[in-house]
Design a protein around this ligand. Sequence first.
Ligand code: NAD
Length: 396
Amino acid sequence: MVFTFLPVLILCFMNFAGNSTRRKFIQTISGSIGSSLLAFSTPAFSNGFAFSPTEGTAGDIQEPARKLGIALVGLGKYSEGQLAPALQETQRCTLAGIVTGSPDKAEKWKSKYNIPDKNVYNYQNFDSIKDNPDIDIIYIVLPNSMHAEYTIRAAKAGKHVICEKPMAISVKECEDMIKACKDANRLLSIGYRLHFEPYNMSLAEMSARKTYGSVKVITARDGMDIEPNVWRLNKKLAGGGPLMDVGIYCVQGAIYTMGVNPVAVTAKEGPKTDMKRFKEVEQSLSWQFEFPGGAIANCETSYAEEMNLLRADADRGWFQLDPAYGYTGIKGETSQGKMDLAEVNQQALQMDDFANCVLQKKKSKVPGEMGLRDVKILTAIYEAARTGKKVQLTNL
Ligand code: NAD
């Protein structure tokens, strides 16, 4: 297990620097010493997987021959609002192509991001992307039920894949996705951006260092008041309700803060007060994880209430993020006072790390196996809520 204070110092410096200085500094660190930051943001203990740091964290490379080309599949809110802008800040990869069912969107994106015609695909001709050397990585940003099909098609086209969370809507689909990438000798990563976010990773670090003693109780809450008539409320497309979408951040947060996987779960679905929106999926859900040694995590998710918290109570103090899971604006506090870390572009760091993994042939620290683990856990939470019984998590 490797700990380093250098990145913490860097981040403290960045917080005192002005915006343009900070921007320049982010560009610099994601170049020459970016690997330190990435190493910090992705400690081997943080994800519940026992990868050695060299396997689990992409080191830096000096001068890549060229930036790797990423094609975004699905040009909805996340692609448009976060990923495409982040790709203007990446050092190792670039927005090279798009896959969309909408010719109007294609025109808009082509001119906005200078994407040539030959790198624009639709869902019918998608497989011919295999012949396009401009595209190294395909990033799946579609509704959850489509992740498996497009990840498998991307791997068969010989491309490395980043797939958005949740990895898929069933354990079997996740296993098939991992197999397809393995068979094609391609890397697979999940869009778990918070593993590149300093506040979230500092919780993992404080817990592992036992800064406040052993963590006994985690509290994780993530919810939003969802608009009606969206695919997220359609069980077939989403696979479930808020648990699949935002509750997964509580699963992730509890695990990277504890540094180990949970061993059992109990759960309870909340009452439905709005049958129009929540005809097919749960409105809210609460669950409790048990960890080895007796620590617990109390978690809650909702599509009818805004909430956003990750907190750890330990023997001699506490530490928390409130809010915890956003793209920006995360705030941290401990029983000794406010935390003061810099804001980073999570998605830019996440995509650059994956590009480095591809360039160095190293497994991502947020690999398909982590996505599979989480889908197993989500499935167990639903089972616990349905049966009212404790479900052992022996198969992770
Ligand atoms: P969105 O609804 O804004 O976009 C979905 C895209 O898929 C649209 O461009 C839509 O046209 C396309 N699409 C293709 N077939 C479709 C179909 N049958 N039904 C509906 N849309 C279809 O959704 P989004 O918020 O961009 O989410 C996309 C994925 O990204 C989801 O898996 C979501 O969980 C994930 N996501 C991740 C984060 C994150 O922070 N990592 C944030 C937001 C979304």
